[in-house]
Ligand binder design. Structure first.
Ligand SMILES: Cc1cc2nc3c(=O)[nH]c(=O)nc-3n(C[C@H](O)[C@H](O)[C@H](O)COP(=O)(O)OP(=O)(O)OC[C@H]3O[C@@H](n4cnc5c(N)ncnc54)[C@H](O)[C@@H]3O)c2cc1C
Length: 434
């Protein structure tokens, strides 16, 4: 019989530091094998065979692998559906316990419930941990036990609860000697899993010197004033506790509140998984969207004739990133100026954003459209021109992404602002008063 082991299944927590599940696994009585599954249920849905996120994961796993080698251990990497991969793992090793961190997305919930059942049938322990967020599920709720749906009172309680206990780092490095010793296991190339390497650049993981001027400059897209940490939080190359500690050390309250928005949206998704496909406020599902394909194409391509909108979409298409202020402007433009269903925009962002994260993306889109839990009112229609005057007054961002604007060669607007504003107010009002 092969040696008895514990398995720690990495998913959105691709690091060997401050890791709740790995820490617990390493303290278990068995040596720990780290597993990663390139999940075909997810990968087969990606239309771009050079998807930058797959390259990011692959590179990160290579870094982890080289660190594991120094401990005489190796990652076990599988490619397939979780069901088939887990059957293979259990056929190859004598697994006594499995450790993993919580994931709040509906697909992940189902996947983990199925695994729990399978492991129980094999008498294998399954232990799961909070790791991705500071507070999860029902940890921050109203006095009556119901979830908050408005951010401000949620954040007030979130902050009150934020004691050292929740911010402590898990000292994984002390226990890495308990990793399972094995020769290096096979490491699939990107080609082996059906992808090619992306040439996209990934933002550095750097918080130092980023937070001082955050509050003052965060809304100006031409400034390099936000942290670009999104992709690292998404794949767990930094722990949320480390990020929150840094915010507290630097008194960066505004930035801390953004981390809380992330917790908030994950909590909302966990309580209300229906929001992935339906409006939080059901009346908004009665809106008669125009869903004009040509307009949608123009929006995707950054060819609406509104320079701030087009700059944002081009930044997204080229870099996999868009500044938060501009995300709000382009989302409002798609849903309100063009009367195109927020789900179309949400899906486009999901395809393109390096930091794509279901809870925040659905939350951001429903907020912009007005149909979300704590949303901008429907009659707040961002005026792209006024937004430009306020947040890109010298056209630095626009000139970078839409150089033809300065040369007066930019395409004409595909819709008139005043006309669009009146149209949406009529259509939304009709749906909401039905
Ligand atoms: C329509 C729309 C879609 C969005 N889609 C996503 C998405 O898919 N993934 C995503 O992480 N964020 C999303 N956001 C929120 C926000 O735009 C990004 O988190 C932010 O721009 C990322 O840049 P940064 O890492 O430099 O953030 P910073 O401003 O430096 O903030 C640090 C971190 O805090 C979190 N954060 C900041 N703002 C928000 C917010 N409003 N909601 C939730 N978390 C926040 C993120 O994890 C971010 O990386 C979306 C916003 C809108 C309006």
């Amino acid at each position: 019989m092969s040696k008895e082991i514990s398995v720690c299944w990495l998913r959105r927590d691709l690091r060997l530091e401050d890791h709740a599940a790995l820490y617990a696994a390493l303290k278990s009585p068995y040596p720990v094998l780290l597993l990663f599954i390139f999940d075909r249920n997810i990968l087969d849905q990606l239309s771009d065979r050079e998807d930058a996120r797959v390259t990011f994961i692959h590179q990160t796993l290579q870094n982890i692998q080289s660190r594991l080698t120094t401990y005489g251990s190796s990652l076990l990497i599988k490619y397939g559906t979780p069901e088939t991969c887990w059957t293979e793992v259990l056929n190859s090793y004598t697994v006594k316990a499995v450790f993993t961190n919580h994931d709040y997305e509906p697909y992940a919930q189902e996947r983990d419930a199925a695994l729990a059942e399978y492991l129980a049938s094999e008498q294998i322990e399954f232990k799961t941990f909070k790791d991705q967020v500071i507070f999860e599920k029902a940890e921050v709720v109203k006095a009556d036990g119901k979830p908050y749906t408005v951010f401000t009172p949620y954040f007030k309680q979130w902050k009150q609860k934020l004691k050292d206990f929740y911010l402590k780092s898990y000292p994984v490095d002390k226990y890495l000697k308990n990793l399972f010793k094995t020769d290096q296991l096979s490491f699939p190339s990107l080609k082996d899993i059906g992808f090619n390497g992306s040439k996209q650049k990934f933002p550095a993981l750097q918080l130092e010197n980023k937070l001082d001027a955050y509050e003052e400059k965060r809304d100006f897209p031409a400034e390099d004033a936000t942290t670009r940490i999104g992709v690292h939080l998404r794949f767990g190359t930094i722990s949320i506790r480390r990020a929150a500690r840094q915010a507290l050390e630097e008194n960066a309250d505004k930035w801390l509140s953004e981390l809380a928005w992330r917790d908030f949206y994950m909590m909302i998704l966990w309580h209300f998984p229906r929001i992935v496909t339906t409006a939080f406020k059901p009346a908004y599902d009665r809106i008669k969207w125009r869903n004009d394909e040509a307009d949608f194409k123009a929006w995707c391509a950054g060819a609406t004739g509104y320079p701030l909108v087009d700059a944002g979409m081009r930044q997204l298409n080229e870099t996999g990133y868009m500044h938060n202020r501009v995300r709000m402007v382009v989302a409002s433009f798609l849903t309100k100026h063009l009367l195109i269903d927020w789900r179309w925009g949400e899906a486009y962002f999901a395809e393109k954003l390096l930091d794509y994260e279901m809870a925040s993306n659905v939350g951001g889109w429903q907020w912009s459209c007005g149909c979300g839990n704590d949303a901008a009112p429907y009659f707040r229609v961002f005026n792209p021109e006024l937004q430009t005057k306020k947040f890109d007054p010298h056209y630095a961002y626009i000139n970078k992404w839409v150089p033809e604007y300065q040369q007066k060669k930019h395409v004409k607007p595909i819709v008139d602002h005043a006309f669009a504003r009146e149209r949406i107010l009529k259509v939304f009002k009709a749906a909401l008063n039905e």
